[in-house]
Design a protein around this ligand. Structure first.
Ligand SMILES: Cc1cc2nc3c(=O)[nH]c(=O)nc-3n(C[C@H](O)[C@H](O)[C@H](O)COP(=O)(O)OP(=O)(O)OC[C@H]3O[C@@H](n4cnc5c(N)ncnc54)[C@H](O)[C@@H]3O)c2cc1C
Length: 489
């Protein structure tokens, strides 16, 4: 049994935990990072198999310009360890007639409305209104965006009366994937900020070798600055005495002491399982239990004997693919169509080293509920809905599949957060960015237990998954630095 003392202990090496640990070590704190998996990166980890290198599911970043990933690599002085690259989108609009129309190339990183309108068949009479909508959206000032906090995005966009194809482009191609929540619950301020990001600063950011390289680079920064990283080590409990955090106990039976513990394990697993709800006020526990997770993705990794596409990634959507609460609830119950948006990512098309010569591996993902204990029948029904779109788009791929692997919400939960509350654990993002769970209503990074902090997508950030996790890492690192300085007097 080991007993060691640290300035701060971080549980979990997802993007939030890795970023926070790296930044704290860089600031000179004595840091311990404990991760249950043997690889870092959590939901954005990297895997390799038979000469292929990839994320376990499609993970694409945005914005391309001024993103948190590059800032982090630069600030930690590890930019040589992870290389970010931008890939051209190869998205497709499935027309009401059933043909797949590829998205035309755009100049620069942003979106050119007139090219977009041509592609989506927007009538001349509708263009002026649509253009005004885009201007409003992209030029909206931060204080105006803040006024949209607590309001749903669907009500706002519907005021613009956009043609259905353009509405579907914004909801399905852009927002469904960024937030994984039904649009009539999506917080409008989150949506508007992130749409500004991708329209003005581009989407389709990847990391050579998979996004996990970025977390690996953070762990290297921890070590370079005298910190300790323990991989393959699960935290079993957070030690608390009289409202003050004392450290952690691992499944190996080791105890590590610190007055600051930062958990990247998710707010529900942290409060209800690792720390034990008895240490928190009843109203806080009730609030934590009622938090709503984002929806999830499931899909396949198709290992193909030869390439079927030159795109680095793509999104396939139609006028009927946007998800709202009514449609999602009906689909969950098996009473409505499961046809939604489909994402695909082709690592070898933005990273020539990512596959053996002549081969291609494609990752797909389509919506499903976050429940890691979904029945086999439900998994099949959701996976079939995505596969139908994939083979509709790339019919030649059917005969080229050498191997295919299904990943599910169970795979996501096993690789990341424990299932603690019924129906949650396999969520794609973390906490759903819905009305009542964003901005001022988002859980705080501080918990009622002194010294116990939350980092990652459940607290301290905003925006698109990987970006919000890193932003949270920065905010928590700043708060913890202050806390540790105060303790030192
Ligand atoms: C299928 C899928 C597709 C996605 N696509 C995109 C995308 O295209 N773009 C995008 O920006 N985002 C995407 N995301 C979301 C994004 O990856 C996540 O929102 C983000 O990476 C979450 O980071 P995090 O720090 O909050 O936590 P997580 O990634 O959940 O990391 C938590 C870490 O804590 C560890 N941990 C948990 N419990 C313990 C314990 N008891 N002891 C020790 N360690 C523990 C876990 O093993 C894990 O490493 C996707 C996610 C999924 C699942």
């Amino acid at each position: 049994m080991t007993t060691e003392n640290y300035d701060a202990i971080v549980i979990g090496a997802g993007f939030g935990g890795s970023a926070c640990a790296g930044l704290l070590a860089h600031k000179g704190l004595k840091v311990l990072l404990v991760e249950k998996n043997n690889v870092a990166g959590g939901k954005a980890m990297s895997l390799s198999k038979n000469g292929h290198q990839y994320s376990p599911w499609p993970v694409m970043g945005a914005p391309v310009e001024s993103n948190w990933c590059q800032k982090l690599l630069d600030d930690l002085e590890v930019a040589d360890l992870a290389t970010l690259v931008a890939s051209e989108a190869g998205s497709y609009y499935k027309t009401p007639e059933g043909s797949y129309e590829p998205m035309p190339a755009m100049e620069g990183d942003g979106v050119d409305p007139s090219i977009l309108f041509d592609w989506l068949g927007v009538e001349e009479a509708d263009r002026e209104g649509a253009l005004e909508f885009f201007m409003n959206l992209t030029l909206m000032a931060p204080e105006q965006i803040k006024e949209h906090e607590g309001k749903d995005f669907d009500s706002w966009i519907k005021e613009a009366n956009l043609p259905r194809s353009l509405y579907a482009f914004i909801i399905s191609l852009c927002l469904d994937g960024m937030f994984m929540v039904p649009v009539d619950q999506l917080d409008a301020s989150e949506a508007i900020r992130s749409l500004q990001d991708i329209f003005l600063r581009g989407g389709g950011l990847f990391c050579l070798g998979g996004y996990g390289k970025l977390a690996d680079a953070c762990l290297e920064a921890v070590k370079r600055h005298g910190g300790t990283v323990r991989m393959g080590t699960r935290t079993d409990s957070v030690l608390i005495e009289e409202g003050q955090v004392k450290g952690i106990k691992t499944s190996d039976g080791d105890t590590f002491l610190s007055s600051v513990v930062i958990s990247n394990a998710g707010i529900q697993p942290t409060v209800l399982k690792l720390a034990d709800e008895a240490h928190f006020p009843a109203d806080y526990v009730a609030k934590v239990k009622n938090l709503v997770p984002s929806q999830s993705l499931l899909g396949y990794r198709y290992f193909l004997s030869k390439p079927v596409t030159e795109n680095g990634f793509g999104v396939v959507f139609s006028q009927t693919s946007p998800w709202n609460t009514e449609r999602l609830e009906a689909a969950h119950k098996g009473e409505g169509s499961r046809e939604g948006v489909l994402y695909f990512e082709v690592p070898v098309n933005y990273d020539p080293e990512a596959a053996p010569a002549g081969k291609q591996m494609i990752l797909t993902g389509s919506f499903c509920p976050p429940d890691p204990n979904m029945s086999k029948e439900d998994i099949k029904a959701w996976a079939d809905a995505g596969e139908e779109i994939f083979f509709g788009l790339f019919p030649d791929a059917q005969d080229l599949v050498e191997e295919k692997e299904l990943y599910t919400t169970k795979s996501v939960s096993n690789a990341t957060r424990d299932a603690t509350v019924p129906g949650a654990g396999g969520e794609t993002i973390g906490l759903a960015q819905i009305v009542g769970q964003c901005g001022d209503s988002k859980p705080a990074i501080h918990t009622p237990v002194n010294g116990l902090y939350l980092v990652g997508c459940d607290a301290g950030g905003r925006g698109i998954g990987t970006q919000q996790a890193i932003m949270s890492g920065y905010n928590v690192a700043d708060a913890v630095e202050k806390h540790v300085k105060e303790l030192a007097g």
